[in-house]
Design a protein around this ligand. Structure first.
Ligand code: ADP
Ligand code: ASP
Ligand code: MG
Length: 421
């Protein structure tokens, strides 16, 4: 069988019919290189944001099942249009949604994980010479329920398909020319990276660099899928390769800076200082499918013998977390529960920071010089994150990018606009 290349095109790349024609050309070029091509597409432009807005106009807490029914429709439009555009250029193409392919996920709505992908039908169509266009972001449970993989999840659909089909590589085409040292919308002189390791990319993606969905990087790493981020509009540029080891990593302590503006901080105040309290709180949150990121427990206060437990969650889980914790109040005998979504997590990432002292203190000093208050800190071997006020996030990223000498001389080209809803 010929080599299989999986290509993924994001919302900006398929925002209108002209852009879809352009995508069709890129797809056909790969086919003409003698490869079998499977294309994954996102919903057109800001379709998903508009669908979310409509749902929120109708209900503050729409059911996650109906949200998945709604949001999965966006990708249904773009797959059919792209297949038509390819056919119009004289090539055979067929579009499939997740149910037709058999992209099976766990039985969870709004952020399901892919567990299995059926490849027979795909292989059969490829053998017949067809270009296959698959809907990103969506899946189906064993019971036939539609699920979605979380915002930005089409990247994960593409990498999971590449892994299942043993593809030669997975190319993520987007509105920037690759992975940069930080979001080029925040720092226009950010530097494009030629290569980055799976580990560093994973940390950056988790830290809010939404150029790749974190789970796509995890899946690529687990299955050793060579992954490339490249521009939909400058297709000759090879973009950034994400691979096993980054040879550049020793040169600089910090590879990239990211900000995550989609988190909220929860503080459970006055928790009695007895064993088992944290276990109770976090196991209940886990049961509800709420992921927790940074966690801080204060020292027990001597007089009251209580402490505060603070942690961060995704903003989309605020309502569910509030409800869950309110129900637990009596069980854990805690005080007030505070939730603040006006916060942001700012992170520096780099394999080069291992065994290099002083990186954390430089980060804290940089923020202190800007009079930015740090609310929480968390670290991994190759990442340091600080929680700050949302209003301070942009200047924090710019200052850290500067402090760690990450800028280039050129201005990055960014195609898409920001959603305006
Ligand atoms: P797509 O619709 O193609 O999936 P996304 O909007 O999800 O595109 O991701 C691309 C965007 O990611 C860029 O426009 C850029 O603003 C943002 N981004 C954040 N961090 C980075 C980074 N380190 N490198 C490149 N882009 C980044
Ligand atoms: N359309 C979905 C979103 O906007 C999935 C994706 O684009 O990756 O989040
Ligand atoms: Mg994306």
């Amino acid at each position: 069988m010929r080599r299989i290349i999986v290509q993924k095109f994001g919302g900006t790349s398929v925002a209108d019919t002209e852009k879809i024609k352009n995508v069709a050309k890129t797809v056909i070029k790969e086919k003409n290189n003698g490869n079998n091509v499977v294309v994954v597409v996102s919903a057109m432009g800001h379709t998903t944001d508009y669908l979310v807005k409509m749902a929120k106009d109708l209900s503050a807490t729409p059911s996650t099942r109906e949200m998945d029914m709604l949001l999965s429709t966006g990708e249904g439009v773009s797959i059919a249009l792209l297949a038509m555009a390819i056919q119009a250029q004289g090539y055979e193409a067929v579009s499939f949604n997740a149910m037709q392919v058999g992209i099976f996920t766990e039985n969870v709505h709004s952020k399901a994980r892919i567990i299995k992908i059926q490849t027979e039908k795909l292989k059969q169509n490829l053998n017949e010479g067809k270009i296959i266009v698959v809907a990103g972001f969506q899946g189906v449970t064993e019971d036939g329920e539609i699920t979605t993989l979380g915002r930005g999840g089409s990247d994960t659909s593409a990498v999971a398909l590449a892994a299942a089909l043993n593809a030669e590589r997975c190319d993520i085409y987007t509105d920037v020319e690759g992975v940069y040292t930080t979001d080029p919308r925040i720092v226009p002189k950010a530097t494009k990276l030629k290569e980055i390791s799976y580990e560093e990319m994973l940390e950056l993606a988790h830290a809010g660099a939404n150029v790749l969905h974190p789970r796509s990087v995890e899946t690529a790493k687990l299955n050793n899928v060579p992954l490339r981020v490249r521009s939909s509009f400058k297709t000759d540029d090879m973009g950034t390769l994400i691979l096993g080891v980054n040879k550049m990593e020793i040169d600089k302590p910090v590879t990239g800076v990211a900000a995550d503006l989609s988190q909220a901080r929860v503080v459970v105040c006055d928790v009695p200082d007895v064993p088992g309290q944290a276990a109770k709180i976090f196991s209940k949150l886990a049961q509800e499918g709420i992921s927790v990121d940074m966690i801080i427990q204060s020292y027990a206060r001597k007089i009251s013998n209580t402490n505060d437990i603070a942690f961060t969650i995704d903003s989309t889980d605020i309502e569910k977390a509030k409800e869950t914790l309110d129900k637990m109040k009596e069980q854990i005998h805690c005080g007030e529960i505070q939730i603040n979504s006006e916060i942001a997590k700012v992170s520096i990432v780099g394999a080069g920071m291992i065994d290099r002292p002083g990186i954390a203190s430089t980060m804290f000093e940089t923020l202190a010089n800007l009079d930015i208050n740090i609310k929480m800190i968390s670290t991994s071997e190759i990442k340091i994150s600080c929680l700050v006020d949302k209003a301070d996030a942009k200047k924090a990223v710019q200052a850290l990018h500067d402090e760690f000498n990450l800028s280039s001389d050129t201005i990055a080209e960014v195609k898409g606009d920001l959603p305006n809803i």
